[in-house]
Design a protein around this ligand. Structure first.
Ligand SMILES: [Ca+2]
Ligand SMILES: [Ca+2]
Length: 91
């Protein structure tokens, strides 16, 4: 099974856009991203497997293994999201 879809019409997200998106998904405003918040953000990025991506992303970026992405860890989270090569659909 392939998790990669080709979306030739899309434009890749920039690092800045990805970071802004993740920050905007801190719904409870505690400065940390929970797995649910990460999952919602990945859905917004265009993932059809938000839960799968959230688990993988946390494993990748959650350096202290507390299940939350802190401000220090969010750069690694963005790196992971950028590696997934989601694209921004043209409006
Ligand atoms: Ca939060
Ligand atoms: Ca953490």
């Amino acid at each position: 099974m392939s998790f990669i879809r080709s979306q030739p019409a899309g434009v890749p997200w920039t690092r800045e856009q990805v970071l802004n998106l993740f920050n905007s998904f801190d719904k409870d405003g505690d400065g940390m991203l929970s797995k649910e918040e990460v999952k919602a953000a990945f859905r917004k990025l265009g993932s059809h497997w938000g839960g799968f991506r959230a688990r993988r992303a946390l494993r990748h970026a959650d350096a202290n293994r507390d299940g939350l992405i802190s401000a220090e860890e969010i750069n690694d989270l963005a790196n992971y999201a950028l590696k997934c090569r989601y694209t921004l659909k043209q409006l």
